[in-house]
Design a protein around this ligand. Structure first.
Ligand SMILES: Nc1ncnc2c1ncn2[C@@H]1O[C@H](COP(=O)(O)OP(=O)(O)OP(=O)(O)O)[C@@H](O)[C@H]1O
Ligand SMILES: [Mg+2]
Length: 247
């Protein structure tokens, strides 16, 4: 999931992960945003103060981070991912604590190494991996989602959001074999959808309506799919999952 800040990446990726898991898929949710988001929309509860993945990394004599001996992607997911509803496993790079980045450097480094080795791990061949990236182009450009074969650019009806989505989609498409699709979020009707499509220059795969239930879920601290499973937004995200599978 990629796009501008606040476009709806976490709501859509968290809900997609839940829908996929309920469809019977094994789901690995990857959270590389250093600020909160995905765990809430997954319904996984508050983020841990210290990321479990901190334990997976160590520094060599030159201070360079590496995975501890014997820890590859399979073991990392087994030991350091946490449980989310519907059997989802959630692996997080960690959230920035008050003290700054220092306390989570091990986890950030471990996460980067683990996701780079994911594509080679046969164990995950029949899993569906859903990643929530932070806003903007940096993580895509620096290869934080090498596991992705499809990037979903989330765009809300604003010129800035559309410009960002177009740019991040272009970077994603420049990666070998990767495709990028657009999803409109917070639309108020067909005119909004047309407007978004005009701004990005291509059709969107889904258009998630602005939905009071999503905002209320956030306010109450629930996942949208738990608080309002029949809401218009959740139903459209279900349609998006089907459309992605059909593509
Ligand atoms: N369709 C929607 N209807 C109503 N509110 C929504 C909708 N989608 C998202 N929101 C609300 O908008 C806010 C931003 O959504 P979200 O956190 O998913 O965006 P994001 O792209 O992940 O943001 P960030 O860049 O900060 O990670 C949240 O408060 C969320 O509840
Ligand atoms: Mg987010």
């Amino acid at each position: 999931m990629i796009g501008k800040g606040g476009a709806g990446k976490s709501v859509i990726s968290g809900t997609m992960a839940r829908v996929l898991a309920r469809d019977g898929r094994r789901v690995l949710a990857l959270d590389s945003d250093l600020l909160p988001g995905l765990s809430l929309s997954l319904g996984a509860g508050p983020d841990p103060a210290e990321p479990p993945l901190n334990d997976a990394a160590e520094q060599d004599e030159n201070g360079r981070w590496r995975l501890k001996k014997g820890i590859g992607p399979v073991r990392a997911v087994k030991r350091y991912a946490t449980d989310a509803p519907d059997g989802i496993r959630l692996l997080q790079a960690g959230k920035v604590p008050q003290a700054g980045l220092e306390p989570i450097m091990g986890s950030i480094n471990a996460f980067y190494r683990v996701v780079h080795r994911l594509p080679d791990a046969r164990t995950f061949d029949d899993w569906t991996v859903v990643g929530d990236l932070p806003a903007g182009p940096r993580q895509i450009a620096f290869g934080w989602a090498p596991y992705a074969d499809t990037y979903v650019a989330v765009v809300q009806p604003s010129a800035q959001s559309a410009l960002t989505a177009r740019r991040v989609a272009r970077i994603a498409r420049s990666r070998d074999g990767a495709r990028a699709v657009f999803v409109a979020n917070r639309v108020t009707g067909p005119a909004d959808v047309r407007h978004v499509e005009e701004m990005i220059g291509e059709p969107v795969l889904a258009a998630v309506p602005v939905d009071e239930a999503v905002a209320r879920a956030e306010l109450l601290g629930f996942a949208p799919i738990d608080h309002a499973p029949d809401s218009a937004a959740v139903l459209e995200i279900e349609r998006l999952v089907t459309a992605l599978a059909d593509e």
